[in-house]
Design a binder for this molecule. Structure first.
Ligand code: SF4
Length: 259
């Protein structure tokens, strides 16, 4: 089974990679409604350097492996659903799509050439691997900021927040449309100071249209057993309406639109 290194060294070059570029695919959803505007084809790529405690797809973690397709093959499959997604578009998610930047670049460019709206769902941790040319092919970035407090971020993801902050600032410099996603986990990410810090940062960015507050749930728990991993949030409750409303209020106080 072929695998890619954990952090692909190539930052991408100025030319668009060919549609013959291969990517490792985890799964797809043909009529997604929550990963960008409208009805969307959502392609989940394999591979992720993070270890989020609440990850729904722990089987995507690690180096990209498994089933592979060329960008051209993936595009042909996506275009079979063109009539359904013409008012929505394509979202590339994961895992972490930027572990396979050349594949993402080729596929996004192919989709845009076919007139599709494109969205990239990323943690931003590997934002340095997205060239400006790749980002030109992306209409919307769904940027997952898992926490604001660096210690909480490390606890929640196993990694550092700094690359994500740097990527968010770069997206602002490029004036790229961004929706932020924040998972509200009781006892982990729900402290007022944590959300207030995130809200202040987001308010300082001129390109963020809204924040999506994603209440923690345990949908992926059974996958942990299947993959032999320990699910550390087994005793964590889902957030109450009051906790969700409190988080929403903190963002609203900074004039940030929430969903
Ligand atoms: S970034 Fe996404 S795919 Fe990666 S570990 Fe976190 S939740 Fe899972």
């Amino acid at each position: 089974m072929a695998c890619l290194p954990m952090e692909c060294p190539q930052p991408g070059d100025s030319s668009t990679p060919s549609l013959s570029t291969r990517g490792f695919i985890h799964s797809s959803e043909t009529c997604g409604t929550v990963d960008g505007p409208g009805l969307r084809y959502v392609l989940f790529l394999h591979g992720c350097p993070l270890r989020c405690l609440y990850c729904h797809n722990p089987d995507t973690q690690g180096r990209p492996c498994g089933t592979s397709q060329t960008a051209g093959e993936a595009l042909a499959e996506i275009l079979r659903y063109r009539n359904f997604i013409r008012k929505g578009g394509l979202t590339i998610s994961g895992g972490e799509p930027l572990m396979q930047p050349e594949f993402v670049h080729a596929l996004m460019a192919g989709a845009k050439a076919e007139g599709l709206h494109t969205a990239l769902d990323t943690s931003g941790f590997l934002g340095h691997q997205a060239s400006d040319e790749l980002l030109e092919q992306v209409d919307l970035v769904l940027l997952d900021i898992k926490s604001w407090n660096p210690e909480t971020y490390k606890k929640a993801t196993g990694t550092r927040i700094e690359p994500t902050i740097a990527f968010a600032r770069r997206l602002e410099a490029l004036q790229k449309q961004v929706w932020i996603r924040f998972v509200l986990v009781p006892g982990l990410t729900d402290a007022d100071e944590n959300i207030e810090g995130l809200a202040e940062f987001i308010a300082s960015l001129s390109n963020v249209e809204r924040v999506e507050i994603l209440p923690f749930h345990k949908m992926g728990e059974n996958k942990y057993e299947a993959t032999g991993l320990h699910y550390q949030l087994a005793e964590t409750p889902t957030p109450s309406e009051e906790q969700i409303e409190r988080a929403r209020q903190i963002f609203t106080e900074q004039d940030i639109k929430t969903l």
